[in-house]
Design a binder for this molecule. Structure first.
Ligand code: GRG
Length: 331
């Protein structure tokens, strides 16, 4: 076996195996609250690998539809409360499905779009931030999910965009990175959320040239000798940061970032995290695979331009073609 090859078929089989996990399965039970995001991770990775039909897409869409709550948001699983994260995941899945079946129907045939917009807008706080759910925890992940969802549904006019941007900028630190709320440590995951939000809103100019340069340098320094990336100084590399860190760089410097990273090393690191017995990719070599890391590693390979994986949009973490197709059909 060639250790330098991404095993597409085995990775797809690993993702598809989740569809048939019984409800008595321990892993299935303890990840119940993540089901809708899990469907996004699985379907998006399959789409990026050109194998969307490995999931029963009709059943998937029906499940997502049934997760919409009376308040308009989507729960992570049947019987749970709605959250901002699962609402964005649900819209991402429906967008992928819509782009795969471009001829028939709109998203509004499946779900209550006005309800989604109402739910998301209702979670904006007086300081411009967004809550993760109706119980109130706020962070920049919620702002990203809110803005991405509203952009895709043409609902940005239902919120105070300037206040949302001002809040994000209050989350920026002395090192030009961003934390989850003001005065918290810079972390590549939160940096992604803030930069992707600013990019979607066409507001990257909030960061002057010096800030963009210093933040790019900070992100480039996340690559380790292993080729893998970490999410903040002093931490260990992890496959998912090939997404959070490199997507942030790609947003900041779309034409120059590839010359600042050891692309081959990053690809080889991701490939080395494949679990060759179970299939799927793990945070680090010889560790247990999971769907989250499988997805973000595949998305990382897409950013890096791996020949077997389709191009990905760094702002939305969706295949570029599917996103373009959806946006061109949406009034
Ligand atoms: C669909 C792209 C997309 C995003 C949805 C959920 C979300 C919005 C964004 C999450 C951003 C984030 C915070 C990512 C980091 C996830 C992660 C691996 C956290 C681990 O944090 P620590 O502190 O790990 O346990 P480190 O690596 O810092 O030691």
């Amino acid at each position: 076996m060639d250790s330098a090859v991404i095993e597409i078929e085995k990775t797809a089989a690993y993702i598809a195996s989740y569809e048939n996990k019984a409800e008595v399965d321990f892993e299935h039970c303890v990840t119940d609250h993540l089901r809708v995001s899990g469907i996004y991770w699985g379907l998006n990775a399959l789409c990026l690998m050109g194998m969307p039909d490995r999931l029963n897409r009709a059943a998937t869409v029906a499940y997502i539809r049934d997760c919409q709550q009376p308040n308009g948001g989507f729960a992570g699983a049947l019987g749970h409360d709605a959250t901002m994260l699962h609402t964005y995941s649900a819209i991402q899945v429906l967008l992928l499905e819509k782009s795969l079946r471009s001829t028939d129907g709109t998203m509004a045939d499946t779900i209550d779009i006005a309800g989604v917009i109402r739910y998301v807008a209702g979670l904006q706080q007086p300081d411009g931030s967004f809550a993760c759910d109706e119980w109130g925890e706020r962070d920049t992940r919620a702002t990203y999910c809110a803005i991405a969802t509203l952009y895709l549904l043409n609902g940005l006019d239902s919120i105070k965009v300037d206040a949302a941007v001002a809040h994000l900028m209050r989350c920026q630190n002395w090192d030009f990175g961003f934390g989850s709320v003001p005065d918290t440590e810079s972390h590549a995951g939160q940096i992604f959320c803030c930069l992707a939000t600013l990019a979607i809103l066409n507001r990257l100019s909030q960061l002057d040239q010096r800030a963009q340069q210093q933040l790019s340098d900070w992100l480039v320094e996340r690559q380790r000798d292993s080729g893998g990336l970490n999410g903040r100084p002093g931490k260990i590399h992890d496959a998912c940061y090939a997404w959070w860190t490199l997507a942030s760089l790609a947003i900041l410097d779309p034409s120059g970032w590839k010359s600042r990273i050891n692309l081959e090393g990053a690809c080889q690191y991701l490939i080395s995290t494949q679990n060759r017995s179970t299939g799927g990719l793990a945070p680090r070599p010889n560790e247990r695979a999971d769907v989250f890391h499988t997805h973000f590693a595949i998305a990382g390979l897409a950013l890096l331009g791996h020949a077997s994986i389709q191009a990905v949009d760094a702002r939305f973490c969706l295949p570029t073609l599917a996103l373009q197709q959806y946006l061109s059909q949406t009034p």
